[in-house]
Write a protein that binds this ligand. Structure first.
Ligand code: FRU
Length: 640
């Protein structure tokens, strides 16, 4: 939203306040007169008189200790609802001309307003709208209930201010303008645009009211925000799913229709369908929903067209059974269960969610392999959520995993940080690319991270590849998508060789930066790279040459005390044999992504430093090492 909107909102608030004062003094004047006086005082020449009413455009009637009716009396595009982040949800029934239209859950402010969220009234133009609110706050009397902060802070407005005021809001990662986000899902590419949907709560910055939010981009780094794509309905809220471009129109919605499958989640979880004939801007739900029902919890349908078999394939997380189910279909509507994979295999300590299945060439060979992504929560290598995967073959019906030299199915992880989850790929990508995005958080503490107006961002887009390591196993690499280079805004520092020993050598870095370098450990046993700021906050990266690992210590990285699970050290194998490694670090306001050896090892971790890290230091233990080809780029903020 533009600065103009911000100013308008401030003006509207000011008008309402001034108007309130005048009302008190001139209580014999009509509302309309006082509204006009207020407009003259503030210099404003807009806003309908009703919106200026002393009550902010709403009439509040307390019906009982925990039941209040808020009638919309003003005219405007939004009903702005005041939220307190850490209290329980109120159940809000939206009544339109007296009939229940929908129910949403909002943490309506009790003792303070942390932020506000807009409820779109334009859909109900010309109708009477009232909110029948049931709060769950403990109170002894209606008199006490009347004191709640929310009642005097509802307002009707034509604008809603989404200007960022938070220092931890990412500058170059996709994040919602406001509200809560988890899994990226339903991603597809069509006609030069990358479409990204995500699990979204438009009415607060914690998980609730699951809806598909929508953003799109022509370059994978600048994101445009679109209206909500798929909203909850009578079958439940809208959990994760996938989209495909149905090129031949097999589903009967026309050639090139975008077809979405998602989980309808209420008492049960079932799979539903919707389609879009306007490139994913709006979706129409299929009247025959749900299209897949099972007797146990299953979710996050992920489909693709299988060229070889000439059928659609679908993977579905059989969450509590810790396995993935595979289906086939000729038309995206009628699905036949073919097989299940995973029971007892890989990491099993949490629910299996958000599958993805695709074929990739193995670099340096002329073979192709299938990669099955099984996000799991909890049970990740460092606690909480993480993305495991299996390599194998898929014949259109059954997935057969590769075995290690002991005849076992190995457990593999796409990212060895704590903040990489629900990773899935875009469908219908150009040039056979396999581009993925992950949710940059962890269910252990995602709802508690120190942000308010929004919660959670996505990782940078990444290109997945396969490589064979010296243990004979095939692993997945994920390197930053080439488009990410466009974030560079000049070279801040360059050095072809820096000799380092046990005394640290330090250099300044910009707050938003990409830092690329190689480590030639020579005689060193450990090479330590520290990112720090003047407040003594730091992130310590240690390359253990003999162990062939890189660790990421964020225990003193800044604000860490919002959850006991946040301070942590994460460690990744390097899959490298000659000792030399290359690193690419991307430092945003509240995240660091580390890509090693072109994505052969990756760590994504959130950090919340009091001020940006402005220094990088190198030191070693056990001998001297060389840092080669150091380039520090200044990165520019993107449109978010
Ligand atoms: C993964 C997940 C999915 C589900 C969604 C609900 O983070 O639990 O399995 O569809 O979140 O928001």
């Amino acid at each position: 939203m533009s600065g103009l909107d911000t100013i308008s909102l401030i003006k509207v608030k000011k008008i309402v306040f001034i108007n309130f004062q005048i009302q008190k003094k001139l209580n014999d004047m009509t509302k309309l007169t006082s509204g006009l006086i207020a407009m003259m005082i503030s210099g404003a020449t807009f806003a309908a008189p009703e919106a200026l009413a002393e009550d902010g455009g709403v009439k509040v009637e307390h019906l009982g200790v925990n039941n209040t009716l808020v009638r919309v009396t003003g005219d405007g595009k939004y009903l702005v609802m005041p939220v307190q982040d850490n209290i329980d949800d109120a159940k809000v029934d939206i009544l339109v001309d007296g009939k229940l239209d929908k129910t949403i859950y909002v943490r309506l402010a009790k003792s303070k307003v942390d932020y506000s969220v807009p409820f779109d009234l334009s859909q109900y133009k010309g109708h009477d709208v009232a909110l029948n609110i049931v709060t769950s706050q403990g109170r002894s009397s209606v008199r006490e209930a009347k004191e709640d902060a929310c009642w005097k802070n509802f307002s009707v407005s034509d604008t809603f201010d989404t200007t960022n005021r938070e220092k931890f809001r990412p500058a170059f990662h996709h994040a919602p303008l406001y509200g809560w986000m988890n899994d990226p899902n339903g991603m597809f590419y069509k006609d030069g645009r990358w479409h990204l949907y995500y699990q979204y709560n438009p009415y607060g910055s914690k998980w609730q009211n699951m809806t598909w939010g929508h953003s799109s981009s022509s370059d994978l780094v600048n994101w445009e925000h679109h209206p909500i794509a798929i909203e909850p309905d009578g079958l439940g809220s809208i959990f994760s799913g996938s989209c495909v471009v149905d090129k031949e129109g097999t589903a009967g919605f026309g050639k090139d229709a975008v077809v979405a499958l998602y989980t309808s989640a209420a008492t049960s979880q079932m799979q539903s369908m919707a389609h879009s004939n306007d490139n994913g801007e709006t979706f129409e739900k299929y009247p025959g929903n749900p299209i897949i029902t099972l007797e146990s919890e299953a979710r996050d349908p992920n489909m693709f067209w299988n060229e070889k078999t000439g059928e659609w394939n679908l993977s579905l997380a059989h969450a509590l059974d810790h396995e993935m189910l595979f289906f086939t279909s000729p038309d995206l509507k009628n699905w036949t269960l073919q097989s299940a994979f995973g029971k007892g295999l890989g990491a099993q300590d949490g629910v299996w969610e958000c599958p993805d299945l695709f074929k990739l060439p193995v670099s340096g060979t002329d073979t192709e392999k299938w990669m099955l992504i099984c996000n799991i929560n909890p049970g990740g290598p460092f606690g909480g959520s993480a993305t495991q995967y299996f390599i194998g073959d898929f014949d259109g019906k059954t997935f057969t995993p590769d075995l290690d030299k002991d005849g076992k199915v190995p457990t593999k992880w796409m990212d060895y940080g704590k903040d990489h989850y629900a990773t899935v790929s875009f469908s219908d990508t150009p040039d056979n690319r396999r581009t993925v995005i992950g949710w940059m958080s962890n269910w252990q503490y995602a709802t508690e991270v120190p942000t308010m107006q929004f919660r959670s961002a996505n990782t940078l887009p990444r290109e997945v590849g396969l490589f064979k390591a010296s243990d004979g196993q095939i692993y997945a690499s994920s390197a930053p998508s080439p488009e990410v280079d466009a974030l560079r805004d000049g070279v801040f520092k360059k050095a072809s060789k820096i000799g380092v020993g046990k005394n640290a050598k330090s250099f300044a870095i910009p707050g938003l930066s990409e830092i690329d370098f190689e480590i030639d450990p020579k005689k060193a046993q450990k090479v330590t790279v520290v990112l720090s700021n003047g407040q003594g906050e730091k992130v310590e990266l240690t390359y253990d040459v003999d162990a062939k690992t890189v660790s990421f210590d964020r225990r003193e990285s800044g604000v860490t005390d919002f959850s006991q699970d946040f301070p942590a050290v994460t460690t990744t194998p390097t899959f490298s044999d000659n000792g030399k490694i290359s690193l690419r670090l991307f430092i945003d306001r509240s995240s660091i992504e580390l890509f090693g050896d072109n994505g052969r090892f990756v760590m994504t971790n959130l950090v919340f430093p009091g001020s940006p890290y402005d220094k990088i230091s190198f030191s070693t233990a056990g001998g001297n090492a060389d840092i080669r080809n150091l380039t520090v780029y200044n990165l520019k903020p993107t449109t978010l």
